[in-house]
Ligand binder design. Structure first.
Ligand code: PMP
Length: 351
């Protein structure tokens, strides 16, 4: 606490990201991709003329937005880009959710959402998950200043199909519905095609997970022109150049390599399902997942102790110290070798 902080800053409770350890650990705690980015990314960075770093980047990041528009079959004016989807989310909360009515979100979802609410003074209410840890979309209604959820949800892993999102949008048309698709490429179904008929739908995504570029910080939003224009207004009142020149060329190169993208995500999905079976054999309950992580709990073993036991064996996973999740560990899907080490370590700890 400092007397120099504005009163609002004293009230903040910042988000705490998963640890980025300095020592070499098997890192299964922040849902990064275990495989390298597309080879074209390296080439694009090597080819970039260093002298151009003297200049500011394109404030519109047009090349990247065009590549994303191509990828999703939409117009460039329906695409917004930001410095990681966290930034896109923050700008979205500010642009759309500072309303008289409270924002609605699931009780268990990406824990950054309540942090943005506190930052911007947004009231929110939460909807409990159902008994299978799914978001009950039918409980979300239009009496809100907005609706936000991750689909597939984090850290639970369940995703609703496009049809369920379409049904939600039939009922909720007076406020923005923000669907955070950070994990959609690992088995979910994107809602992006629905933006053509629903001007209140905003879908966000990231290069951090399925494109192996968490360190580059690239995220995006796809929605109607009016939503994107709103985001641009706020962005241009805050930082004209959130995407640096290297991120623009690297992002475009990543989007070009469909083969690499498909190969990596298929490997991750297959490793995930194999890991699920092995953990179940060890007595874990493993929630169904359409993401690159598994949320698991063991009837007899304390999650905190499992976390510590794994850490002592050089394996880092995520343990959320919240009431709803303290029995669980969230385990990112790594390479097959990494998952072998994880299963062996858990075997040793459990026996
Ligand atoms: N949404 C969800 C649901 C996430 O789990 C994350 C990653 N922590 C993000 C958004 C943000 O990812 P990034 O800023 O790397 O795009």
């Amino acid at each position: 606490m400092s007397k120099f902080w504005s009163p609002e800053v004293r009230e903040l409770t910042p988000y705490v990201p998963g640890e980025q350890p300095r020592e070499r650990l098997i890192k299964l705690n922040t849902n990064e991709n275990p495989y390298p980015p597309a080879p074209g990314v390296e080439q694009a960075l090597r080819d970039y003329p260093l002298d151009h770093l003297r200049l500011y980047p394109d404030p519109e990041a047009a090349a990247l937005r065009e590549a994303l528009a191509d990828e999703f079959g939409v117009e460039t004016e329906q695409v917004f880009v930001g410095n990681g989807s966290d930034e896109v989310l923050a700008l979205s909360f500010q642009t759309f959710f500072r309303q008289d009515k409270p924002l609605t979100m699931p009780a268990i979802t990406y824990s950054f959402y309540p942090v943005y609410c506190r930052l911007y003074g947004i009231d929110y209410r939460t909807i409990a998950l159902d008994d299978r840890w799914r978001i009950p979309l039918q409980a979300l209604d239009g009496e809100s200043g907005g609706v936000v959820f991750a689909n597939p949800n984090a850290p639970t892993g369940h995703g609703h199909g496009r049809r369920a999102i379409a049904e939600l949008l039939e009922r909720v048309s007076d406020c923005v519905v923000l669907v955070d698709e950070a994990y959609v490429d690992f088995g979910g179904e994107t809602a992006i095609p629905l933006i053509q008929h629903h001007s209140n739908l905003l879908v966000t995504g990231t290069f951090s997970k399925s494109r192996s570029l968490a360190g580059l910080r690239l995220g995006y939003a796809v929605g109607s022109r009016e939503l994107i224009e709103g985001l641009e207004r706020v962005k241009n009142s805050f930082n004209s150049y959130p995407i640096d020149s290297l991120a623009i060329v690297a992002g475009v190169a990543a989007l070009r390599d469909r083969e690499h993208f498909d190969a990596c995500r298929e490997r991750i999905i297959s490793t995930r399902e194999q890991t699920r079976r092995r953990l179940e054999t060890l007595g874990f309950e493993v929630l169904p997942s359409q993401t690159n992580f598994l949320l698991v709990r063991h009837g007899q073993q304390d999650a905190g102790q499992l976390f510590t036991g794994l850490r002592e064996r050089g394996i880092l996973v995520r343990h959320f110290n919240t009431e709803a999740l303290h029995d669980f560990l969230r385990i990112t899907i790594g390479t097959d070798d990494e998952m072998d080490s994880l299963v062996e370590a858990l075997e040793a700890i459990c026996h």
